[in-house]
Design a protein around this ligand. Structure first.
Ligand code: NAD
Ligand code: TDX
Length: 332
């Protein structure tokens, strides 16, 4: 099996590369990544270069994508602009990477008859009320709120159209919020851990009642491999681990695990259009494909993540100052 992983030096893509490197020792992996601010080639450190090749390039580059796809069996497509706050400041790169990038991959897999798995997010479904008894399912209508989630929704709809109109052999997964090592310091959990390490207070948007459904990135990787190998062509699978927590609880837990007073955080400006709650019903993936998450103890996973950031200062420090300078401008 020769596989292309787009966005394979980002947070989740690189976790998936390490995961299949271990789980499928006979696979050849080509990572296609533009090395944006979110990509770090060090994320592939330690992997045998005879098995894992990094091609630095953009998913919007049709000639490059066509050439690579012709020479591989499957594409797992992670590459995207992924941060909501950035999409509110400057939406354009989201249209390029998320929409045009996905279109370019689709045209190449269509031409060469190759398998595609498209990685998406639960945010395409919009948000739920705090007391809504229902969670998102594969049948929930699309209702994205931000430029990020709107472009992810658009990319999913392109994949569905290419399956129906052109018979492209694709599956889609929509996952909830990931956490774990190697996540960029712009995101909620790494931001607060590194703020505390640097002697500052965590920053909670608005009241902090907003709920996210946390899953360890390693569980996301195992779900993707399951869908790639056993998923039904044309189908969508929701990935989640029943990890609903409000942001206030997450920040208080980080403070507690780092030996601080749990109330030592600041309320900062809320995110415009801030989604209230996400929650995933992953019954289809569990019952039809037999997947189950392994890292279901959130406190233990968070503790390991904190330890990783404490031990890997050199990995996150170069990004920290620029990230906080951006947040200072928006009052976040
Ligand atoms: P990330 O921002 O950490 O990494 C994105 C990677 O894609 C980077 O390495 C970047 O250099 C690369 N990239 C961006 N645009 C590119 C382009 N045009 N061409 C080539 N490479 C490009 O993102 P992440 O958190 O690892 O998310 C990966 C995927 O998973 C995204 O599609 C995202 O929408 C989806 N997702 C993320 C989460 C989450 O909680 N982070 C949850 C569900 C789904
Ligand atoms: O400093 C902060 N304080 C805060 O309260 C930051 C950075 C965030 N927040 C809040 C906003 C959200 O309610 O925490 C929650 C999580 O924020 P993010 O880490 O920015 O994630 P979110 O917007 O929920 O989106 C994430 O999950 C779905 C990923 O970034 C997306 O790529 C994925 O699709």
């Amino acid at each position: 099996m020769k596989i292309i992983v787009t966005g394979g030096v980002g947070f989740i893509g690189s976790n998936f590369v390490h995961y299949i490197y271990k789980q499928r020792p006979d696979w050849q992996i080509t990572v296609l990544d533009a090395l944006t601010y979110a990509g770090n080639r060090d994320n592939l450190k330690g992997l045998d270069e005879n098995r894992v090749k990094l091609v630095v390039g953009n998913t919007c580059d049709a000639e490059l994508v066509d050439k690579l796809v012709a020479d591989h069996d499957a594409v797992v497509h992670f590459a995207a602009e992924s941060h909501n706050d950035n999409s509110l400041e400057n939406p354009r790169p989201f249209l390029d990477s998320n929409i045009v990038g996905t279109y370019t991959i689709l045209e190449a897999v269509r031409k060469h008859g190759k398998r595609l798995h498209h990685i998406s997010t639960d945010e395409v479904y919009g948000d739920l009320e705090l007391d809504d008894p229902h969670k998102f399912t594969e049948h929930t209508p699309y209702n994205p709120s931000s430029p990020y989630s709107a472009t992810k929704a658009g990319s999913d709809l392109l994949v569905r159209a290419w399956v129906r109109s052109f018979g492209v052999q694709a599956t889609i997964s929509n996952c909830s919020n990931n956490y774990g090592p190697y996540q960029h310091v712009e995101k909620l959990i790494p931001r607060q851990i590194t703020e505390i390490i640097e002697g500052r207070r965590p920053k909670l948007y608005g009241t902090g009642e907003n709920v996210r459904d946390w899953i360890h990135t390693e569980d996301h990787s195992s779900a993707i491999l399951t869908i790639l190998e056993k998923g039904k062509i044309g189908d969508t699978y929701l990935v989640g681990a029943n990890g609903e927590k409000d942001n206030k609880t997450v920040i208080e837990l980080i403070l507690k695990l780092m030996g601080k007073n749990p109330t030592d955080y600041d309320h900062v400006n809320d995110r415009p259009g801030h989604d209230m709650r996400y929650a995933i019903d992953s019954t289809k993936l569990r019952t039809e494909l037999g997947w189950a998450p392994k890292f279901t103890d959130f406190e233990a996973g968070l503790k390991d993540t904190i330890d990783w950031y404490k031990a890997n200062h050199d990995w996150w420090q170069p990004q920290k100052q620029a990230t906080e300078a951006k947040y200072a401008k928006t009052g976040h």
